[in-house]
Design a protein around this ligand. Sequence first.
Ligand code: UDP
Ligand code: MG
Length: 136
Amino acid sequence: MSNIEQTLSIIKPDAVERNLENEIKQVFKEKGFQIIKAKKIKIEKSEAESFYKVHETKPFYNDLCAYLSSGPIIVMVLEKENAVLGNRELMGATNPKDAEDGTIRKKYGISIDKNSVHGSDSIENAKIEINFFFKD
Ligand code: UDP
Ligand code: MG
């Protein structure tokens, strides 16, 4: 039985700044993800705080929100069979140092904060995050 899912992906400021938008989009397409929606935006810190609210008690929360709102980002809806887990696998570990060969964070990530991409971590959060950036 097919299980087509959608997930939210973000190309973070460090990658946009290095002009990696098209290269990273190509990686997703080569791995069979359809890019259903994509837009380049710059968000306010308050919006980043709302997006990352799940992390509000963490020591890195303030820096994380300042960072995500520091420059343009590409927000995308990706679609594929088992897209949520598939995207997490393709992204690799949060810290690029721990990411496996062939993952986006291994190839492009600079550090644990500048790790180039975001991806939803569950089907439920994917729906919430897609709705956050693409309210139709
Ligand atoms: N992060 C950080 N320091 C940490 C842990 C996380 O700066 O010690 C940042 C990192 O950029 C990560 C984001 O916070 O992508 C969200 O953390 P999460 O644990 O949800 O990682 P992810 O789901 O992005 O792999
Ligand atoms: Mg996460």
